[in-house]
Design a protein around this ligand. Sequence first.
Ligand SMILES: Cc1cc2nc3c(=O)[nH]c(=O)nc-3n(C[C@H](O)[C@H](O)[C@H](O)COP(=O)(O)O)c2cc1C
Ligand SMILES: Nc1ncnc2c1ncn2[C@@H]1O[C@H](COP(=O)(O)OP(=O)(O)O)[C@@H](O)[C@H]1O
Length: 336
Amino acid sequence: MKFITKNLSEIKDIIEYNKKLEFTDYDKNIEEIGRSKNIVILGNFDGIHKGHKIILEKAVKKAKEKNLKTIVYTFSEYPKNRQNKITTCSEKAYLLNENKIDYLYLEEFEKVRNYSPEEFVKKVIVDILNASEVYCGFNFTFGKGKSGNVVMLEKLLKEKNIKLNLQEPVLDENNEIISSTRIRKYIENTNFTKVKELLGHNLIILGKVIYGKQLGRVIGFPTANLRFESKVYPEFGVYGVKIHIENDEKVYNGVMNIGRNPTVDVGVLSVETNIFNFNEDIYGKVILIEVLENIRPEKKFNSVEELKIQIGNDVNYWKQKISYWRKKYQKETDAI
Ligand SMILES: Cc1cc2nc3c(=O)[nH]c(=O)nc-3n(C[C@H](O)[C@H](O)[C@H](O)COP(=O)(O)O)c2cc1C
Ligand SMILES: Nc1ncnc2c1ncn2[C@@H]1O[C@H](COP(=O)(O)OP(=O)(O)O)[C@@H](O)[C@H]1O
C-alpha cells in the first residue's frame, strides 16, 4: 500500500513498524493515480470494522476483475471523533494494508470542508482520484456542512459516468447494525467478545516505545510504555494481550496496564506492557498490541511491595489462562 499525504508525522509509526510499506513522494503518487482509472472507496472508516471490511472486499474484488487500483479516501484527522476515535491514522493504515488496499489518501479536512457536493465530486473524485467506480456506505455524507448524501452522490456521479456501489447496513449476530459508535461503547466497557465480533479482529494499539519512570525493572516487571493518544481506551485496568514488535517475527504474550499508576505516580496517563519471556531494549521501536481480555481494574496500593505482589498474580493468572488455551486448542505456537 502507498500513502498519499502531506502530513508524514501521522503515519510515521506504521512506516517504521512495517518497512514494506513504501513512503513515496506525494506528487509522484498523485501523478500515478492520474494515469489510469481507479476504484475509489469513501468514508471515515474508524476502527475498520466488519461493515467496512465488506465494502473493502467488494472494491478489491472489482479492482482485480478490472485490473484497476483501489484508493481509500479518508480524512487524516476528522473533527467529529478527534478525541474518541477507535483507530489512529497509523492503526487505520495498518488495517487497510491488511485488507489489500493499494493507496491510502489522507485528506486534510480543512482543505475540502467548504466544497459544495458538486465541487467535491468534480475536484476530488473526478480530477484527483480519477474514479471509474465509487464505493461507500449507506450513511455517507459529504460536502459543506454534510450537505451531500448518497442519493445526491449517485446523481452527481452518474453525470460524470461514474458508477456508485452502495453498501447496505451490515448486521451483527443479533441483527443490530455494526457501527463505530457501538464499538466505542464496547471498548469503554471492556466487552472484548463484542469488540472482536463487530471489528472482525482484536482491538489494536500501535505505538512507539518511550521512556517511563524506569521503575518497572526495579520491581521485577519491566514495561514497554506507549504514548497515550487521544483515542478511545478501555477503562483503566489490567489486560491480557499479544504483542508484535517491529522487525521481530515472533508473537509474544503479556499483560498491559492502562491508567495513571496511582500507587507510584502523580497521574500521568500510561499504556504499558510487560512482555513474557522477553529481555531486550526496545526503546524507540514500534509495537502492536492486541487486547484480548480484561483482568482487573487499576488500583491504588498501600505500598510498592503490595503492587509488586499483585502484578505477579496478574502475570500468573494470564500465563495459566494461556496454557489452558494452548492445551484446549492444541496450539504449538508461543502466543495464543
Ligand atoms: C500487570 C500490571 C498491573 C499493574 N497494575 C497497577 C495497579 O493496579 N496500580 C498501579 O498503581 N499501577 C499498576 N501498574 C503500573 C505500575 O505502577 C508500573 O508498571 C510501575 O510503576 C513501573 O512504571 P514504569 O514503566 O514507568 O517504570 C501495573 C503494571 C502492570 C504491568
Ligand atoms: N519483558 C519486557 N517487557 C517489557 N519491556 C522490556 C522487557 N524486557 C526488557 N524491556 C525493556 O525495558 C524497558 C522497560 O523497563 P522499565 O524499567 O519499565 O522502564 P520504563 O519506565 O522506561 O518503561 C522497555 O521499554 C524495554 O526496552
